[in-house]
Design a binder for this molecule. Structure first.
Ligand SMILES: [Zn+2]
Length: 208
């Protein structure tokens, strides 16, 4: 990392999703132009973020603790959610997108990324081991009826879907649990993150 704070911030912003070197520098100049109270609010909010939030030990979703001591997010802890369905998504934002459709009431599981195509040990990049554990548990007590793989319609998403299907298949023999995949109301190349609620709803209805 560069020695001075300007370069350090540029290097940090470059690691943000979708941010290049030029934009990273724009952000730092923006920070330089901020008034003292806005800057203080920003640094305070960043400092508090970790403290006030937690990662669900079951599905991996980041959530605000709101004083509660639970290790489970509001979705996993909600007794009214349908425990017969588990939807596998890439990231937190995808959970938010599907929640907005109002047409899915099951549980989620966040992979934390897509399965890299050229990677000998994808477990290092994606949360596949805890996924297998959950599927094993939930099929043993025969609660789980359907696993919905809901990944983006791009080459890495398709590869991940196939990979996860093959990974889970041995765990599902002699169980009543089936795997389904989002219908391609999502046109090719579409990412879940950028799909509107209607598109996601129809992709969900047309799952196969
Ligand atoms: Zn959760």
């Amino acid at each position: 990392m560069g020695g001075n704070s300007f370069d350090q911030l540029v290097e940090i912003f470059i690691r943000f999703p979708g941010i290049g070197p030029r934009q990273a520098r724009r952000f730092v100049y923006f920070l330089l132009a901020l008034d003292a109270s806005s800057l203080l609010r920003l640094t305070n909010a960043i400092n508090s973020l970790r403290e006030e939030s937690a990662r669900c030990e079951r599905c991996g979703y980041h959530f605000l603790k709101k004083g509660g001591k639970t290790n489970l997010c509001q979705i996993c802890a909600d007794p009214h959610r349908n425990r017969e369905q588990l939807m596998i998504v890439e990231k937190d934002l995808d959970v938010d997108s599907f929640k907005k459709t109002d047409s899915y009431n099951g549980l989620f599981y966040i992979l934390g990324g897509l399965v890299p195509i050229l990677e000998k040990d994808p477990n290092k990049k994606v949360r596949l081991v805890p996924l297998q554990k959950i599927v094993k548990e939930e099929t043993t007590n025969s609660k789980l009826k359907e696993i919905i793989i809901a990944l983006s319609a791009n080459p890495e998403g398709d590869y991940s879907t196939q990979y996860i299907k093959e990974l889970l298949a041995p765990l599902l023999t002699n169980t009543a649990t089936k795997i389904s995949i989002l219908g391609r109301g999502l046109s090719t190349g579409t990412e879940v993150e950028y799909s509107d609620p209607d598109t996601l709803r129809s992709a969900l209805e047309n799952r196969h």
